[in-house]
Design a protein around this ligand. Sequence first.
Ligand SMILES: C[S@@+](CC[C@H](N)C(=O)[O-])C[C@H]1O[C@@H](n2cnc3c(N)ncnc32)[C@H](O)[C@@H]1O
Length: 388
Amino acid sequence: MGSKEKGETMTNYNLIATSAMGLEALVAKEVRELGYDCQVENGRISYQGDERAIVRSNMWLRTADRIKIKVGEFKATTFDELFEQTKALPWENFLPANAEFPVSGKSVKSKLFSVSDCQAIVKKAIVERMRQHYHISGWLEENGPLFKLEVALQKDIATITIDASGSGLHKRGYRTGQGEAPLKETLAAALIMLTNWTPNKPFVDPFCGSGTIPIEAALIGQNIAPGFNREFISESWEWIPQQVWEDVRLEAEELANYDQELDITGMDIDHRMVKIAEENAFEAGLGDLVKVKQMQVRDFTTPKENGVIIGNPPYGERLGDKKAVQHMYREMGEAFSILDTWSIYMLTSDEEFETVYGRQATKKRKLFNGFIRTDYYQYWGKRPARDI
Ligand SMILES: C[S@@+](CC[C@H](N)C(=O)[O-])C[C@H]1O[C@@H](n2cnc3c(N)ncnc32)[C@H](O)[C@@H]1O
């Protein structure tokens, strides 16, 4: 295995963008917008692409969890089958002789259910292949670049992947502080992409906590790549030329629209969260763009029109909290009732939300916030006169 020089032909890989449950269509849309045709399954979007596609996917996908490379997929009902078919895969195309390659695993509805045995067998098969290929008789040193492998068995089909992201893609690198129930950055981006917000409209998050939603809105508003401020595990792999990383970062710099003016405000009742949100916005390089204020939602008024409100309020799930939270929802409904040109979007697990808030949603969409089943209640504002 040698490193590629600039201009050398790129290889095509089977790629998977993993997705949280319910966000698959959004991830697929993003993958297509990057120019890759894709297939959608539960929790994963499959497509083909070269080294540049791996780098661009890591850099640009706002709603995907991770980028993985699928090395092989095959039926395996015995340990022998798992061993032989893993060994038959071209591991030397991915792993240098000194690669460090831990193997994790999972098994669902499969004859091979002992995950630790499956991991050990996959590891052994790859070691044997590598020894033969690199002519190594003793131990593999494993003191080189890191490749995180996974063997996932689903209904007796083994899929073996390499993680090309490292830390999950939600880790953008800006969130240094957070509150009690921070939203994942990938879900925050999804909530924004599900609205009719465009960068010329006012944007408000009345429950901003650590600022995740307003910060993601500012990144989207100025077309800043979500991965611009972080590193990826695949940056240390020698078969992805450094030049590709440099080109993709340069392209991201060129595509960012720093001149786009934005009117984005985050608010929170808790002054400590206001400070954390300000620090995070500053860390993201958006300190001047995201305004943060201490305010209770019931006090919100605005003379502006055609704005968008997105909120991730407390859900009142803890014993004894529900009454107070529903009281707050009621006050919010009253405060927002006059904003008839604004579109309002709220994510909560409270199934009585519409009744308490005082209005039936135009539309609602089931989403998972981690393991909590929530609904995204959408109230579309009156269209501006010029649109009708
Ligand atoms: C679930 S957290 C939001 C988390 C945020 N999306 C993030 O990623 O960090 C809810 C926030 O609402 C704030 N909050 C609670 N009651 C409020 C009220 N009446 N008005 C404004 N903010 C309130 C809390 O202080 C908390 O920070």
